[in-house]
Write a protein that binds this ligand. Structure first.
Ligand code: ADE
Length: 356
């Protein structure tokens, strides 16, 4: 394994992509980028990253921002508990470390939401501390190089790889070594389709390449099948406003705002009947078709209706907010699951906002 260090570091220095979170040593910025990169692709992260840091340039800004504003900055990235945990960690850094990131792996590791990977990434990228940062990319690369058939979904496999890398990570190039493994996994030793072994600096050391088993490695057991939930989503609108509501503070999409929706697939008649049971007076109904959203443990299969009602404000018995769509787009974090429905009232959310 030790033989991978030199060619990997050299390759990374010559071939790395220039990305906004590289060549910086601000631990806060590195942290934000790493949490975002756990959610989505590099290209998708870029605009979120820029906007987040403009709004919240320091740990102190993050520690003190209102929750709705924070969630709005994360809208469309998913896994909203991660950003809530970031805020808790920021508050811990303010209280326990006077707003300065601790420069020790063990102390970073104790902050809320910071696991081995993130602690390793911050310590090595910001402070040059030789701790490994093992994510899915790195597990794939190392499984192929060493010819390991261990299941990468198991915690014990990750621990083993962390131990192997701890032994070889160079003390004078910890950042470039870790980033090199991540970069190699992202652009050469790719997951789907054939890896680009012809341009890999480690091909001559790689078990999978030598035995032609790149397609078999890594071994990754399947996650449990997702539960499927049918839901009916409503756009209730009068001449001006639409109805949204705040989700409970625990559970899926906690604290975000949503279009009213209920379990089950309602027919047009049932949808009209439901609107009456919550005190609304429907005037017209338009079906909005189907949409699907995949969360980590559940899949929503939705149908939607747009229902024009008389006097949204006055009669509704449910706890809802009646508000102009422009205001929704500006200030209320709405999860991407509703993207296909909110567009009917001209509200763009999440990723869509950055697309022209
Ligand atoms: N994925 C996870 N961390 C990354 C990084 N620092 N650069 C590019 N892709 C990444």
């Amino acid at each position: 394994m030790k033989r991978i260090v030199e060619p990997l570091v050299k390759w990374y220095r010559e071939n790395r992509r220039e990305l906004p979170w590289r060549n910086i040593d601000d631990p806060y910025r590195i942290w934000v980028s790493e949490i975002m990169l756990q959610q989505t692709r590099v290209e998708a992260v870029k605009p979120f990253y820029a906007r987040f840091l403009e709004a919240l340039p320091t740990v102190s800004h993050l520690a003190n921002v209102e929750e709705d504003k924070l969630l709005k900055l994360w809208e469309g990235l998913g896994y909203y508990n991660r950003v809530r945990n970031m805020q808790k960690a920021a508050q811990q850094i303010m209280v326990e470390y006077n707003g300065e990131f601790p420069r020790e792996y063990e102390k970073l590791r104790k902050l809320t939401g910071i696991g081995n990977y993130t602690a390793g990434a911050i310590s090595s990228f910001a402070f040059g501390i030789p701790k490994p940062a093992v994510d899915g990319n790195v597990l794939r690369v190392i499984s192929r190089i060493t010819g390991s058939y261990d299941d990468i979904m198991k915690a014990s496999t990750k621990t083993k790889v962390e131990e192997q890398l701890s032994e070889i990570i160079p003390i004078d190039a910890a950042c470039d070594f870790n980033q090199g493994l991540i970069e190699l996994g992202a652009i050469v030793c790719v997951p789907n389709g054939a890896p680009k072994c012809d341009i890999c600096p480690l091909a001559h050391l790689c078990y999978a390449k030598q035995h032609g088993v790149q397609g078999e490695l890594p071994v990754k057991s399947k996650a449990k099948a997702r539960k499927i939930e049918k839901r009916t989503v409503f756009i209730f609108k009068d001449g001006e406003n639409v109805a949204i509501r705040k989700r409970p503070s625990r559970g899926l999409l906690a604290g975000l705002y949503e279009l009213p929706n209920i379990e089950g697939e309602l027919s047009q008649e049932e949808a009209l009947a439901y609107s009456r049971t919550i005190g609304l007076a429907p005037l017209r109904i338009k079906p909005l078709g189907e949409a699907k959203h995949i969360f980590s443990h559940v899949e929503w299969q939705m149908i939607g209706y747009s229902i024009r009602v008389d006097e949204l404000e006055h009669s509704c018995t449910e706890n809802m907010i009646f508000i102009h769509p422009d205001e929704v787009e500006k200030n209320y974090p709405i999860p991407a699951a509703f993207e296909n429905y909110v567009k009917h009232v001209n509200v763009k959310i999440g990723q869509e906002k950055f697309e022209e």
